[in-house]
Design a protein around this ligand. Structure first.
Ligand code: C2E
Ligand code: CA
Ligand code: CA
Length: 633
């Protein structure tokens, strides 16, 4: 403390009157400054204390002004009070007179800079004080230039503000406010915590809280900057990355595991990038990357391959092993646009294209994607309508025993008769239904229609219904199946559900549970499209399927020189060893049929026997088959 109660204040009575006026003004200025701060911020306890102290300072100074009426004892007491008040302000406070000499300098000020009370005391000049700071290491500028600049400013009635660093790396803010009667008051505040909080807020405004990747705002800023910095001949790529079926992970395993997965994805993305590239999280399961600069698109193709391979490695999330994949849309600058918004829109459209092409893949932006996206959106609206107005129809494709040609089951395949566009393939509208959430309604409709139809068939003919992985997100799938069977009286053993390995890709206990629940009902479960996607034989071991349907891409090449026939052979062998039947999909020629027979495949399905046909035709076909069988017997 540089004013002690027994310390002599400088000057005679006239000086003292000036000093107290100054103190009162100073208190008012401080109070005004603090109040101005309150106007924009919420009151912290520290600030309330400061306000109280400033008010106390004002009161003490006011009393001292009336010192003539005070006794010496009271004067000493008031000084002590003033001293306590000034030294308890958390800010440093230095009051200078018009000749730039210290009138008051409080203890917090000395503490902040580690100054000696023998130097920083009333009467000391500002030059001497700053020189002392230089000697003790808390100032490293030019003492005279620094002091002159402040003195000049305050003498013009202007306030100054500086940021400086105190020992220990603390951030200090010094504000010099001129006073009316000459002189000025310097408040010195340690704003380290405030600065940290501000930096944290600024960080939160630009970074994603979960993954700590830049957010959409910062991505836009970085992209804008990269576009401006792009040199002639250089390009850059914007990648939009969507985690496939993330929603199922979140729904089935819960948000904490979903969050872990997103953090894992963010880490792997970071690992794929160069220093000049930027990864960001746009929200939900959408990420983006700016790859800059690049010479040509092959660099982007390589990065995409790297990202895909990184994301496809299983993630260990809170004891769950999760496998996932990504759809990636890419727009290049300058070829797909040099405008920020246009580039982002085109990357998004390309992502939409990648998702529409079955996900787990990437697409570069192409002109026309915009149109396709619009068509897709209008199809979504129309599909919603179609479900309720009866323009959907289930066709049925017979599955026959390879050995004796008898129909063992029929697979229900959806058809949409569009009023303007004619028949729309399910390959086109099922992904739309999956994306829009319509798949549950659609799936329920087919399930009921197919069960009701199968009741009219001979007892030994089963019906197969495709179930989308998305339908496994609903807890009520088994319940819906049981209700559909009960509604028409179809025995559970005559219903076969076809699922794809996408259901099993994640180490998803909930999906496996659901499969077991379905199996308990007595329905059969077939693994569809085996050979596409990952086609790991390990999926066959995760659940005891009743049937494996070998994808038609294998059947198409089965007579060729590739490895198709040996793969079919391997699948048939595994299936036979586990009591599963095998169905070859897409059999179109006699040659394929004969080869499949030799390889030991159980059943076949394909144009060689029949395409999918309307329900009425299936009934006729089944009748004629029965008649033929009976006449043969
Ligand atoms: P999928 O389950 O693999 O169905 C077999 C697809 O192959 C059908 O196409 C069928 O018409 C076609 N196909 C059958 N035999 C041959 C052949 O010999 N050669 C060729 N080139 N193709 C053949 P479709 O009906 O267009 O269905 C496409 C996909 O749409 C289906 O593939 C299935 O994944 C999905 N899908 C169809 N109906 C439903 C449904 O009700 N629910 C769900 N979730 N998906 C469905
Ligand atoms: Ca199928
Ligand atoms: Ca299939």
């Amino acid at each position: 403390m540089s004013i002690e109660s027994d310390q002599k204040l400088p000057g005679g009575p006239a000086d003292k009157a000036g000093l107290f006026t100054l103190l009162a003004v100073c208190a008012v200025v401080l109070a005004a400054a603090v109040l101005a701060q309150f106007a924009v911020s919420t009151w912290s306890i520290r600030e309330r204390v400061l306000l109280a102290l400033v008010a106390a300072l004002a009161a003490v100074a006011g009393h001292l002004l009336r010192r003539d009426r005070l006794t010496d004892r009271r004067l000493v007491a008031e000084r002590r009070q003033l001293s306590i008040a000034v030294n308890n302000i958390p800010q440093g406070l230095v009051l200078y007179d018009a000749s730039a000499r210290i009138i008051i300098c409080n203890q917090p000020y000395l503490d902040m800079f580690g100054l000696s009370p023998d130097v920083a005391k009333p009467g000391c000049t500002m030059q001497r004080l700053i020189a002392h700071r230089k000697e003790t290491g808390s100032f490293d500028g030019d003492v005279d230039a620094f002091c002159n600049a402040i003195i000049q400013k305050v003498s013009l009635g202007k306030a100054t503000r500086q940021l400086t660093e105190a020992p220990g790396g603390r951030a200090i803010e010094i504000i010099n406010r001129p006073l009316k009667g000459g002189g000025w008051v310097a408040t010195i505040e340690d704003i380290t915590e405030r600065k940290r909080a501000e930096e944290k807020i600024a960080h939160l405004a630009h970074y994603d809280g979960l993954t700590d990747l830049p957010n959409r705002i910062l991505l836009r800023e970085r992209l804008e900057h990269s576009l401006t910095a792009m040199r002639p001949g250089e390009q850059l790529a914007v990648l939009y990355i969507d985690i496939d079926e993330f929603k199922s992970v979140n729904d089935a395993l819960g948000h904490p595991i979903g969050d872990e997965l997103l953090k894992g994805v963010a880490d792997r993305l970071r690992g794929c990038l160069r220093e000049t590239d930027v990864a960001a999280r746009l929200g939900g399961d959408e990420f983006a990357v700016i790859q800059t600069p690049i010479k040509d698109r092959s660099e982007t193709t390589r990065l995409v391959a790297e990202i895909h391979s990184a994301i496809r490695q299983p993630f260990e999330c809170m004891g769950h092993l999760i496998t996932t994949d990504a759809s990636i849309g890419i727009a290049l600058a300058p070829s797909d646009g040099v405008d920020l918004d246009q580039l982002l829109r085109n990357a998004d459209l390309a992502l939409y294209g990648a998702k529409g092409d079955g996900r787990r893949t990437y697409r570069f932006f192409e002109a026309g994607m915009d149109q396709r996206a619009k068509t897709r959106r209008s199809l979504e609206l129309e599909l919603r309508q179609a479900i309720s107005d009866g323009s959907l129809e289930a066709y049925y494709q017979p599955v026959v025993n390879i050995e004796d040609g008898k129909i063992s089951s029929c697979e229900a395949l959806l058809r949409w008769r569009h009023p303007e566009r004619g028949m729309i393939s399910p390959a086109e509208f099922i992904p739309i239904a999956e994306d829009s959430g319509l798949i549950d309604q659609l799936g329920l409709w087919v399930l009921n229609a197919a069960c009701a139809e199968a009741v009219t068939w001979p007892d030994h003919v089963r019906v197969a219904v495709n179930v989308s992985p998305m339908q496994f997100r609903s807890q009520s799938l088994a319940l819906n199946v049981a209700a559909a069977l009960a509604a028409c009286g179809l025995p559970a053993s005559r219903l076969e559900l076809e699922i794809t390995e996408a259901v099993l890709i994640r180490d998803d206990e909930a999906a496996l549970d659901m499969l077991h629940q379905l199996r308990k009902l007595g329905v059969r479960i077939a693994l569809d499209d085996f050979g596409t996607g990952y086609s790991s034989l390990s999926y066959l071991l995760r659940f005891p399927f009743d049937k494996i349907k070998i994808d038609r891409s294998f059947i198409r090449d089965i007579a060729g020189p590739g490895a198709s026939s040996s793969i079919v052979q391997a699948v048939v062998n595994i299936a036979a060893a586990s009591d599963m039947t095998t169905t070859a999909e897409g059999v179109e020629t006699e040659q394929q049929r004969n080869l499949l027979y030799i390889l030991g495949c159980t059943e076949m399905q394909g144009y060689l026997f029949s395409p999918a046909i309307p329900a009425a035709e299936v009934r006729r076909l089944l009748l004629s088959h029965r008649a033929r069988a009976m006449s043969a017997a």
